[in-house]
Design a protein around this ligand. Structure first.
Ligand code: FEO
Length: 396
């Protein structure tokens, strides 16, 4: 029997879990799965808020039909068009052909170009409202959190914010739906990984959205991924504020690319030097074995970034270059960088990283250290100096 979870009287969680997909957006690993959250309001009028990925449409429709209990669906509110949320749109329209889609002008454009379908459409602008009977919905346009058409829907009586991607994260909902039903610490890491890799590029737009919502008394945050925040919504709202301001803690991420261990040895030495300087938050991560999304997640948290590479085809070791390219996409400011690495017969790796640092206007700390094949005593002295410069930089 389908168990439908209630958020308030007549407001239901009808989302689904995806533990089959390996890569979200075909890039980001999902070791803990992901949920696609959708919500149903059963009032004088009925309204569905966002849908789910098409692969999960069958289970999803069963849930909706159970919660509707024979009622028709009047509205489908689309806060976000990315196919992990709009994917089941066609199936929903087949079952409920009389429904009206609610979205903004950009939503209408995307529906037409993505699905080539025409449906009854109610265009809303920033601040418009829709009365369902007992409940009233107010729409806030929040472009680029995470796409240009993104908006949020606020239910004014129970003060529930249907937030789209904002405040959500990776990780399936394994029984518990609400923040008070789950171990929030288990999810927090994956929420920040979602933020830093998917939404993080748009920090200033997230700040604009938070400013727009700041006058609302929000009692429940319903994102399209991850737990529903009904007990402590301010925890996730203030985390989003911090992340989108690019704030950081004291600590250093040392990411390295190595073929035969020489650059890894340098990374471990630098890590030890930082520990001897009293730093507690040090993360040493191998770019060949750790997906860049996990490394970027840590870089989002700490001020210091040390990049070490061996030389490969006269340039940066490819897994390391991939990390740097991804990092550059995010445009993360306020971080400081140190560089080290090795080469065999001609350099190129360290120079390649330094070039990226200059190109992206990142702050370079200390003198880059480059060694032939393996570090010798004099090289370790240089690495020690570099580590001390980094320790000092992350404390200021
Ligand atoms: Fe969860 Fe931007 O989609």
């Amino acid at each position: 029997m389908e168990k439908i979870v209630s958020i308030a009287d007549g407001i239901f969680y009808v989302g689904v879990n995806d533990r089959d997909t390996h890569l979200f957006e075909n890039i980001w690993p999902l070791p803990k799965g992901v949920s696609y959250n959708s919500y149903l309001i059963v009032d004088d009028k009925t309204a569905l808020v966002d849908t789910v990925k098409v692969a999960k449409a069958k289970d999803y429709l069963e849930k909706i039909n159970t919660a509707l209990n024979g009622r028709p669906l009047d509205y489908l509110i689309i806060n976000h068009m990315e196919p992990d949320h709009s994917g089941a749109l066609t199936q929903i329209l087949q079952v409920f052909p009389g429904l009206k889609i609610v979205g903004n002008r950009k939503t209408a454009e995307f529906i037409k170009s993505m699905y080539d379908l025409s449906a009854d459409f109610l265009e809303v602008k920033d601040g418009d409202e829709l009365n369902l009977g007992h409940y009233r919905l107010k729409f806030f346009l929040t472009p680029m959190v995470h796409w240009p058409e993104t908006m949020m829907t606020f239910e004014t009586r129970e003060k529930i914010l249907f937030a789209g991607d904002a405040f959500g994260g990776f990780g399936s909902l394994d029984g518990g739906i609400f923040d008070d039903e789950v171990d929030v610490n288990y999810y927090e890491h994956e929420i920040r990984r979602y933020y830093s890799n998917i939404v993080g590029k748009f920090g200033p737009m997230v700040q604009k959205a938070l400013h727009k919502l700041s006058s609302l008394e929000i009692k429940v945050v319903c994102p399209t991924h991850g737990p529903v925040w009904r007990t402590n919504p301010s925890r996730i709202i203030s985390a989003y504020d911090r992340w989108s301001r690019y704030e950081y803690d004291e600590g250093v991420v040392i990411a390295y690319g190595t073929m035969y261990g020489n650059t890894e040895k340098m990374a471990d030495f630098v890590a030890r030097m930082l520990a001897e300087e009293g730093l507690k938050n040090i993360r040493v991560m191998n770019t060949s074995t750790v997906h860049e999304s996990f490394i970027i997640n840590e870089i989002w948290r700490f001020k210091g970034v040390m990049l070490g590479t061996c030389t490969y085809n006269n340039g940066i070791y490819p897994p390391m270059e991939n990390l740097i390219i991804n990092l550059a996409h995010k445009g993360l400011p306020n971080r400081v960088f140190g560089v080290f690495g090795s080469y065999g017969w001609s350099g190129g790796g360290v120079k390649g990283i330094v070039d990226y640092i200059h190109k992206n206007k990142w702050t370079l700390i200390g003198e880059p250290v480059e060694v032939q094949f393996s570090a010798k005593e004099a090289d370790y002295e240089k690495l020690k100096k570099l580590a001390m410069a980094m320790a000092s930089a992350v404390r200021h």
